[in-house]
Design a protein around this ligand. Structure first.
Ligand SMILES: [Zn+2]
Length: 392
């Protein structure tokens, strides 16, 4: 044994004993880690009709999830990343017409796997709700039976669509007239950008067979929010897409974001929120309303009352994904309100902040007709994508 080997052995021995010491401390560390993990605290189940079951998982913090379906027997599997369970999942109350029961198991990688045993094949959809004043993070899983009725989802919309054959998209160019919206450093007005993008989008939509676009304003004029939504309704719009450009104190802030809200029954509270918007940074899913003008605040609030979370979120994420291909994203997921209770589908609505007009680079791009066309194309691609998934 030469000196080098001896020295190496010595170090290996030291390392081994260090390893032994580490082994002792690992369980403690793990115990601490477990404490900081997101917990599944309760499960709530509701059935709006024989064909629809909703399962809401209350979580102590944010969590990533994935979901897939399996057949014979029919079941839906949900994997919650790094989530521990502190709620009993098996109970007789867990049963609905579609749902037979709920099982769960901790997987090797520390994820929690939840299995929903079903009585029929379902079409599952899931989304995470941000915390609000009353409730924390929630994972919502909606299941619609596929056997019991061939077209269980969005029956009202589909019926309407069948009758009129065309799919109507209301495009709402933000601001206008006496309300310029945000103004860029070079003097670019948001109201002009939103109208330009909206007109391009309208043209693209009208060139698509089966689609029809309606503008809530087609010139530089002031239109109150209520009339914008009324116009969309009058034309029996299937979607409402409000186009804006963002602004912030710092010129560095950049990227697009999409808002989809559903504040069902918030009518009386809407006024209060707008009045207190200076203190309301947490009210709308962490979106600070004090950076936005009253009009946007009210657009957000009003839209939210008519939208369904599910549709709006799905539409929003499709649009966001396509916007990410033509520019930067400010937020990589659709922003949303937390205090949402779903309502019957009416008019899924999203509000798109195309980019930051307060960012000199983005202001330049927003002014370019070529880039405006790219944004319009991205929005249409997102809408088409969403529609494709709806009709499957
Ligand atoms: Zn705006």
């Amino acid at each position: 044994m030469d000196t080098v080997t001896a020295t190496r052995r010595f170090f290996l021995k030291q390392l081994a004993s260090l390893g032994a010491m580490l082994t002792v401390t690992i369980p403690v560390k793990n115990a601490l880690a477990v404490e900081t993990k997101t917990a599944l605290t309760s499960v709530r189940i509701s059935q709006s009709n024989v064909d629809h079951t909703r399962v809401v998982f209350d979580l102590s913090g944010a969590a990533e999830h994935s979901l897939f379906s399996l057949e014979s027997p029919d079941r839906v599997v949900i994997d919650l990343k790094g989530v521990r369970k502190s709620a009993a999942l098996v109970s007789d109350e867990n049963q609905t017409t579609l749902l037979q029961g709920i099982r769960s198991a901790v997987r090797e990688n520390d994820d929690l796997r939840i299995v929903l045993d079903l009585n029929a094949k379902v079409r599952p959809r899931s989304f995470i709700l941000q915390p609000d004043n009353e409730l924390g993070y929630r994972l919502v899983v909606d299941m619609h039976g596929t056997k019991l009725s061939p077209t269980p989802i969005k029956t009202s919309q589909q019926e309407r669509r069948k009758k009129k054959k065309e799919f109507v998209i209301a495009i709402d160019p933000g601001h206008g007239g006496k309300d310029p919206g945000a103004v860029g450093r070079k003097g670019t007005k948001e109201k002009d950008i939103t109208l330009a993008v909206a007109k391009k989008l309208k043209q693209l939509i009208n060139r698509t067979s089966g689609y029809k676009a309606v503008l809530t304003r087609d010139s530089d004029r002031f239109v109150v929010l209520r009339h914008r939504v009324e116009k969309a309704r009058k034309h029996q719009a299937d979607l409402f897409v409000s186009i804006h450009a963002d602004a912030f104190k710092s010129p560095k802030v950049e990227g697009a974001s999409v808002y989809a809200l559903s504040l069902n029954g918030a009518t009386s509270e809407a006024a209060r929120w707008i009045a207190h918007k200076e203190n309301s940074s947490d009210l709308i899913g962490g979106i600070s309303l004090d950076d936005k003008d009253d009009l946007i605040a009210s657009v957000l609030l009003d839209l939210s009352q008519t939208a369904t979370i599910q549709d709006s979120l799905e539409l929003g994420s499709d649009v966001l994904r396509h916007l990410g291909k033509v520019g930067k994203l400010n937020k990589s997921s659709v922003q949303q309100a937390g205090f949402a209770v779903l309502k019957a589908p009416d008019m899924p609505s999203i509000l798109i902040e195309t980019a930051f007009i307060s960012n000199p680079r983005e202001e330049r791009r927003l002014k370019s007709p070529k880039h405006q066309q790219k944004i319009a194309k991205a929005i249409l691609s997102g809408i088409k994508n969403h529609m494709k998934n709806q009709l499957v």
